[in-house]
Design a protein around this ligand. Structure first.
Ligand code: GAR
Length: 191
């Protein structure tokens, strides 16, 4: 039996796409489910294109009615990957998927993390503060935004002329290069 991954994403889903492609013909790991808190998110279209079951939910279904928990159970999900998912993960979920849930953050945590620091807001802050480098952080998920133990970081140089879009492009490149491989590593080796 393969290890079944569920990917949570809120928007475009370019990371989700890379992860789907990485595990397409994998012997022991499969992307089995795509979930989004946004029924209009392009990531759901990507799931459809790859014929992967997908599901959109609202706040009640996630935080109160525990419907997302049921969907994961019904699909026998073993491992959760957050890839551009912008909501806080409820504590019961963190407990259920202890050391079985990872997130990627588009900066070098602990810098530029926490509530409100996501997507382009991160890159805008990095440029505004004239940082010389940025990068990615892949970490375990706990009940606070961006505070779980760090598994992996990679850096990129920021030039004084770089716009937030230019930084985003550099960071996305790092994400695509490393996130699928690190997910595979932690599933196979536990860290
Ligand atoms: C990614 O850069 C990811 O690191 C970031 O959102 C982007 C999603 O892009 N995640 C966060 O900011 C989480 N705090 P994508 O939808 O194209 O994969």
């Amino acid at each position: 039996m393969k290890t079944k991954i569920a990917i949570f994403a809120s928007g475009n889903g370019t990371n989700a796409e890379e992860i789907i492609m990485h595990f397409k013909n994998h012997k022991t790991i499969a992307v089995s489910l795509i979930l989004s808190n946004n029924s209009g998110a392009y990531v759901l279209k990507r799931a459809e294109n790859h014929k992967i079951p997908h599901f959109a939910f609202d706040r009640n279904m996630f935080y109160k009615e525990k419907i997302v928990d049921e969907v994961l159970k019904l699909n026998a999900i073993d491992f959760v990957v957050l890839a551009g998912f912008m909501w806080l993960i409820p504590e019961r979920f963190v407990k259920k998927f202890n050391k079985k849930m990872v997130n990627i953050h588009p900066a070098l945590l602990p810098k530029y993390g926490g509530k409100g620091m996501y997507g382009n807001f991160v890159h805008e802050a990095v440029v505004k503060n004239k940082e010389k480098e940025s990068g990615i952080t892949i970490h375990w998920v706990n009940e606070a935004y961006d505070e779980g133990n760090i598994i992996f970081q990679a850096t990129c140089k920021i030039e004084p002329s770089d716009t937030p879009e230019a930084v985003a492009n550099k960071v996305h490149k790092l994400e695509y290069e490393h996130y699928p491989k690190i997910i595979e590593q932690v599933i196979l080796h536990g860290r």
